[in-house]
Write a protein that binds this ligand. Sequence first.
Ligand SMILES: Nc1ncnc2c1ncn2[C@@H]1O[C@H](COP(=O)(O)OP(=O)(O)OP(=O)(O)O)[C@@H](O)[C@H]1O
Ligand SMILES: [Mg+2]
Length: 467
Amino acid sequence: MSSPGEGRRAAWLPVRDHRFWVVQALVAVVFLLHELADGGLGTRPFAVVPHLAFEALFLFPLLYAALNFGLRGSLVTAAWVTLLMSLDITFSLQGMGRINLWAHYVELATLDIVAVAVGWGVAAERLARARAEVAETRYRQLYETARAPILLLDAEGVVCDANPAATAIFNGNLTGRHGRSLLPGGFPLGEQARRVLSLPDGRDYRLGLVSLPPGTGAASTQAIFEDVTEEHRDRRLATHYAALVVQAEEDQRRRLARELHDEPLQLFLHLARHLESLAETPGIPASAADRLARAHRQAFDAGLRLRGLARELRPPTLDHLGLVAALSGLLADVDEEEADLHADLQVTGEAVRLAGDIELGTFRIIQEAVRNSLRHAEARRLQVTVGFGADELRLTVADDGRGFTPDEFDDLTATHLGLLGMRERARLLDGDLEVRSAPGAGTVVDARVPLRTPQDVANGGANLVAS
Ligand SMILES: Nc1ncnc2c1ncn2[C@@H]1O[C@H](COP(=O)(O)OP(=O)(O)OP(=O)(O)O)[C@@H](O)[C@H]1O
Ligand SMILES: [Mg+2]
């Protein structure tokens, strides 16, 4: 049994190939003919044939060696020719003029260069072909053994080939069938890229489409189905869990707001009224009336703060009058409390009431973005825009404050929860949220959410976190 090393040595030079030795013998024959022509063997039988024609005869064995045995074969053959011709030149040196001598060298060099160049080209081409074959074999192995179903499709979307995993899942011979006939809904494969599809084996797959380079036969596209069943289930569970957490938080806020409003707020207002009437009691000493009046103001202020807190926890206007009214109230409070900041609300499109979860979720997003601007931005202007589109609600909160680097807070292990919460809220509403900011350049929070009205919900839309 030969080791790989031996195999490689045997292939270095084709010494076992009889054609190689025939070529070397042919070189010797051409050399003899050349000697005859030159009169080196005492006679000149071919005196009428030009000398160059005999030299050119060397091209036959040289080119044959180059084409059949590659660079090494051509090098060895060229070396053999050079050796014989060098002997010839050495022995006939006396009778040769300088010019003749150089002509011999040039002819010899030309022969060698041609042979080596062709041999080089052949070797390079063989190497490229061998590499392509290795790559093809590896691809084929991967294709055959891949657990992911793979289809090869032609330009019309018809299956030209399917790997065993695909054949097993789609049950039978797929070649010649149109890709769209295999998918749920019969949609063209090209439109399903990156979508998650349920295949006949009951699992979820994400479809990836790869364009194949020309020259790979009839197939122009490779469709790979990546099994994302577990990932999908985990994501669904995470979303469900996040929705439950948000729901619980909202319930808690609502309960707290009601408790604050019904108990301590009423007590403070009652106390304030009582202190006010005591301060106005006739005949009471002036200093006591003064203190009672101060206590009345403090009790009244505390009541107002409690009302503000209850409103922040759950603005009653949101339920009664909707998003735009609740945002107007929020920004009016900001304007009142922040003397150095100008807050403005702009509404574009036709403002309509939205599904409960959308009004609540988007209000919370804007509330947190506004709160961040107040706490961190040191801004002078705050612009909130709500755009009602045909099927999308667009929200932006822009400040001209000191800005920050959002990537630094794009981390689930972070202790800052505001930005994460905003993203999660947008995601729960099937939307997305982007924070654009840089140090010194202000901040823009930009969210898009699919628009759903209460009618849509009544007609069967989802309402996960409405409360
Ligand atoms: N509008 C803004 N201008 C400047 N910096 C901001 C702005 N919004 C957020 N940041 C920066 O991003 C950080 C993260 O914000 P995030 O809302 O996640 O957390 P937080 O406001 O610090 O705390 P909380 O969890 O109470 O919201 C902030 O600490 C702040 O440094
Ligand atoms: Mg925050």
